[in-house]
Design a protein around this ligand. Sequence first.
Ligand code: SF4
Length: 484
Amino acid sequence: MKILFSGNKFKYEVEATVKLFIPGQRFEFIYDCVNAEGDIICVRRKECKKHTWLFAFCRIGEKTAGHTVKILAEAADYDALCEHELCRCVYFSLMKLTGINPVWGLLTGIRPVKKMTELLEKGFTEKQAKDMLKQKYMVSDKRLDLAYDTAVTQLPLLDKISSGSVSLYISIPFCPTRCSYCSFVSHSMDSARKLIPDYVRYLCRELEIISGIVKDLNLSIDTIYFGGGTPTSIEASQLKIITDTLSRCFNISDVREYNVEAGRADTITREKLEVIKAAGATRISVNPQTLNDSVLKAIGRNHTAKQTVDAFYLARKLGFNNINMDLISGLPTDTPESFKATLNKVIEMDPESITVHTLTIKRSAGLYENAEKYITSPAAEMTDYSIDILPENGYRPYYLYRQKNTVDNLENIGFSKPGCESLYNIFIMDETQTILGAGCAASTKLVEANGKITRIHNYKFPYEYINRFDELMKKKSEIYSKLI
Ligand code: SF4
């Protein structure tokens, strides 16, 4: 498909708008052109003396649709207004032509709640804030309610961030096998096993270096998050080496939240859970994704639903009183009935939080090759069911984010019982607290006093992380100049 521009070059936002309706396609961009053969989207700005006309015209096969608006040539923020109004023209044209009505409307960013939070912080009422977002971005009522409820849960927690506090992310980038939808830097154990002892050693060295920085800058660790990969895919003894290093280097008793993404049931053992518990972890995740065995098989997981259920109750028995369970809507071969059965069973198990992701199809994922099959999956019905049923069972939304290439442009929503919200998840999305990342593919996000954010990315692959460790640690000295 071709996207033609005339009198403007608003490529990025126009493309993002088109992708709301036509996902998974590559576009050809042509400038200073108003017509061409085949399927086209033409985006045109025509400036006259007092007014500017903005047009969009779409043709797909035999169908055509268009939309036009007129704005004052002297309008405030003229260029930004033109860009937004042109996107609205594209949006309305494609809505007419395809019959699709995106749930988040024209809102394309990854943090829709931030827009709601900003309006509430400026003193707008719930109704005013919702009306403004509906008018400007055409967000559906259900998502406006969701964004509002999430913002209201987050606001008091964001207020409690003390200055000088930072969070610490620790990456264990290994998994027993690679799930078909995975786009993370995770390495299956077979290929990476021999690297693990060295990886653990270097990771501990990095933690020691970070602890030096934390002391020098008089910072305190507020939350800790072990993610990956699957942190529990390494041996209990290796986990213990890392958690012992943490306890030696940092004042764990001051940490408000200590998360470990135990993740997949095929990696969870009593011994590992005991190591995590003894280290002081306050919150773990045991992630079913689905409790349907045939779907688990279809996504390349080598465990059964029963193993997840058993792992959950084992964690309970060992005293974990804050457990999260992740689910994914729109998984290959899953159906609305099967998703609902999974969610109902998880609610019955009574974890403190349930996170509902929507399938995202990224280029680096195994199922990307057959992506077209999943673009029209019933994910929306599954996600909507979660939004309805979880609050009825005592869970409320507390964090939410969107990703590119998510089926139906949906979102990922963290629900929790009141008081069990994950602070780390809120902080990482709100970008108000510095996060120090350790391990391969971890990123350090430095939030300066003026709100400016600088990122330092660790190397993506374990062998690179190990071989170029000293070089990487030099880069990390930038933390001093940004946080002093
Ligand atoms: S468990 Fe998570 S990180 Fe590991 S392969 Fe599956 S999706 Fe990727």
